[in-house]
Write a protein that binds this ligand. Structure first.
Ligand SMILES: NC(=O)c1ccc[n+]([C@@H]2O[C@H](COP(=O)([O-])OP(=O)(O)OC[C@H]3O[C@@H](n4cnc5c(N)ncnc54)[C@H](OP(=O)(O)O)[C@@H]3O)[C@@H](O)[C@H]2O)c1
Length: 250
């Protein structure tokens, strides 16, 4: 379904990074875009620049999401809001687990529950779930994040089954490292963090991810782009570690 088949879109996590870039891209395509995040000031700036409709909502607030979904019949839903608190599970904090499950998974499930039935009834809609390579590959230190992203990857497949026979398309966008402020949000906004994750690397920008999403949406009605893994060219996943038993532990 090209963009012209759609009228309205909901983008979560729209105050910066990938979400803001998606809002900008969708506005250029002429959609009425509803932009959700917690930070009022950047949302209002985005609205002034693009003409999107800003909503200061925490995606953990299911009642607020239900209120919004009841008012607008959304044709496109982009579940983008995401957080990370990197820790292996041996060091996990209870509050971090709850936060990641609430934002990265629970909100996605509720928004799909609230929005997808309308899409199915209208025989028209597109759900875009932003997961991560962390949903498909293992690397150290982010166990709850891996678990929440893997759950949304499976949900993306499942939605296709649940809406079988209706023209509801589902695309999982699975990024590797993208040059956004996520690393500053997770590790602190310092020169060391920029040096560790951004400076000197050749990385996709948020607008590149928005272009990939636009490709999936503009694809012919007969075509569902199910999964796009998008990494820097100079990034690979994989690795193998073998440890000898720790003699002091036996
Ligand atoms: N950048 C990467 O390298 C990368 C790689 C793989 C996957 N991803 C995924 O891509 C998505 C976007 O990431 P990004 O890089 O654009 O991150 P970002 O720059 O940190 O942006 C995250 C967005 O999520 C919003 N958000 C966080 N908690 C929220 C909540 N409780 N309610 C509503 N909005 C909330 C933030 O807005 P407020 O703080 O204003 O609420 C912000 O707009 C995330 O799902 C992330 O996991 C990113």
């Amino acid at each position: 379904m090209p963009f012209s088949d759609y009228t309205t879109a909901l983008v979560t996590g729209a105050s910066g990074g990938i979400g803001a870039a998606v809002v900008e891209r969708f506005r250029r395509e002429g959609l009425e875009v509803h932009a959700v995040a917690r930070s009022r000031a950047p949302l209002e700036k985005l609205a002034a620049r693009t003409g999107c409709v800003p909503h200061v909502i925490d995606v953990a607030d299911t009642a607020a999401l239900a209120d919004l979904a009841a008012k607008v019949p959304f044709d496109v839903l982009v579940n983008n809001a995401g957080v990370d608190t990197p820790r292996k599970l041996l060091d996990a904090q209870a509050a971090d687990i709850d936060l990641l499950v609430d934002v990265n998974l629970r909100a996605v499930l509720h928004l799909c529950r609230l929005v997808v039935p309308g899409m199915a009834a209208r025989d028209r809609g597109h759900v875009v779930n932003i997961t991560s390579i962390a949903g498909n590959y293992n690397f150290g230190g982010n166990s709850t994040y891996h678990a929440t992203k893997a759950a949304v990857a499976m949900l993306s497949n499942q939605l296709r089954i649940d809406t079988f026979g209706r023209r509801v398309r589902v695309t999982e966008i699975c990024p590797g490292r993208v040059a956004t402020d996520i690393f500053a949000h997770v590790h602190g906004d310092t020169p060391e963090v920029r040096a560790r994750f951004i400076d000197g690397f050749e990385l996709p920008e948020a607008a590149d991810i928005a272009d990939a999403i636009a490709f999936a949406i503009a694809a012919p009605r007969s075509m569902n782009v199910g999964h796009m893994e998008i990494t820097p060219t100079l990034q690979v996943m994989g690795g193998l570690q073998t440890a000898r038993p720790d003699a002091s532990a036996t």
